[in-house]
Design a protein. Structure first.
Length: 210
């Protein structure tokens, strides 16, 4: 296929971002919670190429957009929300994961990445990738390049999100995470939100002095 065709596909995927599409979030939630999968197409393949060419990527699926941060470009790259279903389906397939009802972590081998196409020559069969699936109202997926000899990824120990300097806030008294209820006196501080070290989900900063 001519290279300009790939550019057109990605432009089409990006051009409809920020259009309300709650059905795309519901579809991703269904894919995570059941064995339903959707077809893989060229646009999904191109986005996956971007995700795996560096050391990692973070995905967030909202009704308005699929937001991806790449380690080589940590901006909030926005694509049409309906592109998320194919990406999540393929990652679940490569991880041999059926149902994800709570935060789960998996590792897949570089041998699962197709050897055909224009984009996969830089993914070596000897490599591995760790994936954290974080279902919820806003489903999130975190992908990191790994070593085969590294310890298996833990669901309750996801990596730090990409794109933000690492800062923590220490409170005088522990407060609960509004998502999982875990009490802590220390949270990661990212812009206008804090991130829970237990469930890795963020919540708006309240009127707490620190």
């Amino acid at each position: 296929m001519h290279p300009t065709r790939f550019v057109t596909i990605i432009c089409d995927v990006a051009s409809n971002a920020d259009t309300d599409d709650p059905g795309s979030v519901q579809l991703v939630q269904e894919i995570l919670s059941t064995s339903r999968r959707v077809e893989w197409d060229l646009a999904h393949e191109k986005l996956m190429h971007y995700m795996l060419q560096g050391s990692g990527a973070d995905l967030e699926v909202t009704a308005r957009a699929l937001i991806i941060r790449y380690d080589w470009n940590p901006s909030r790259n926005r694509y049409t929300a309906n592109a998320a279903a194919g990406i999540v389906s393929k990652l679940l397939e490569w991880c041999d994961a059926c149902v994800v009802l709570e935060p789960r972590a998996f590792r897949f081998s570089g041998t699962r990445v197709p050897r055909s196409g224009l984009f996969w020559e830089w993914v070596e069969p000897s490599e591995a990738f760790d994936v954290w699936f974080l279902p919820g109202t806003v489903p999130r997926v975190m992908v990191r390049r790994a070593r085969f000899d590294a310890e298996q990824p833990l669901a309750d120990a996801p990596p730090h999100p990409l794109g933000f300097p690492y800062r923590t806030v220490t409170l005088e008294q522990p407060i609960p995470c509004p998502h999982c209820g875990h009490y802590s006196d220390s949270y990661r501080d990212v812009e206008q939100a804090w991130i829970c070290g237990k469930c890795a989900r963020s919540f708006p900063v309240g009127p707490v002095e620190y």
